[in-house]
Write a protein that binds this ligand. Sequence first.
Ligand code: SF4
Length: 372
Amino acid sequence: MSEQRTHLEPTARRTADEPLLSIDDLQVHFHTEEGTVEALDGVSLTIGRDEVLGVIGESGCGKSVTALSTMGLLQSPPAEIVGGSITYDGTELLDLSDEELNEIRGDDITMIYQDPMSSLNPVLTIGHQVKEPLLAHRDVTEEAAHERAVEMLEAVGLADAERLMTEYPDALSGGMRQRVVIAMALITEPKLLIADEPTTALDVTIQAQIMDLLTDLREEFEMSVLFISHDLAVISEIADRIGVMYAGNVVEQCDMRTLFESPLHPYTRKLAESIPSLEGETDRLPTIEGTVPELINPPSGCRFAGRCPQYIGDVCDTVEPELATPSSIDGDQRVACHLYDDERPDEPPWPVGAEGEATGDDDGARTGVDGS
Ligand code: SF4
């Protein structure tokens, strides 16, 4: 197989220390009959080379919109990217034409989705579909593509790969289909794989197998991964670092160990508490009362203010907190919360679950988090 790549050369060769992907202040709106939905409100994330970044958040928080923006797959209209930057390996993706983006998409950057059938065409054979990215992006013969497709099906743990090449997707189980989709996504040996809830539609046993497979393949292919999930336990199996999203914002970004040992944002703290412990018995896991705010005319301050157990007053309602590393924190942990503003007199971080200690002017109306 030829190693020749056809995608655009980056405008400047990056160094190993620079992120492979930088999403900076990304703002995405959806124009609907009801009004403008401010789906992403300045999302910033970075993914290093050979790094797995987990992105977690509730349904509708903007995880998938972030992924689709990166792939250039947002449907416009109704979607509109109104600001920000997505830089991949030195190339600004938002400046590329569809044709230029097509050279990267499906080759250097590939994606797997929650429902494997959304990636598979039911009227084309598995072989046809697994070979397709290679034939589209590389100068290879049909024979070489076939050979590589069989190798990839075997690499993702599918037995009798030659026979499978002639099957149609409806002959396969859900777990087998997702393995085929992973084979399709990796056949071009991408530098970045975006996995959007890749195990959510699968039963628990198959989910564990797919996570093991992705963990192995991530190392074998030395690729970076943007792994999206609503399940912190799943993300913790594979991610090196994590970005926590809430209502169109990234509210915290840190490494996985830090997330569990010293989360800063009140929302992240509740997420960390929601992981079941193997030690001791828990009748009921903590939940966060309330609902995510409407993103048509969203709150002008912190979007978590209406549910926050550590709400500290007007500043939360009126000033949007910026994602930044607090001066009191060593390392690159970043948080968007006024609890860590430098001018606050009392020193963060407070211990997990210590809602009352941090809310000097809290009237208690906002501390109703189940289990706290
Ligand atoms: Fe938002 Fe204020 Fe709560 Fe921080 S303390 S999460 S800024 S409401």
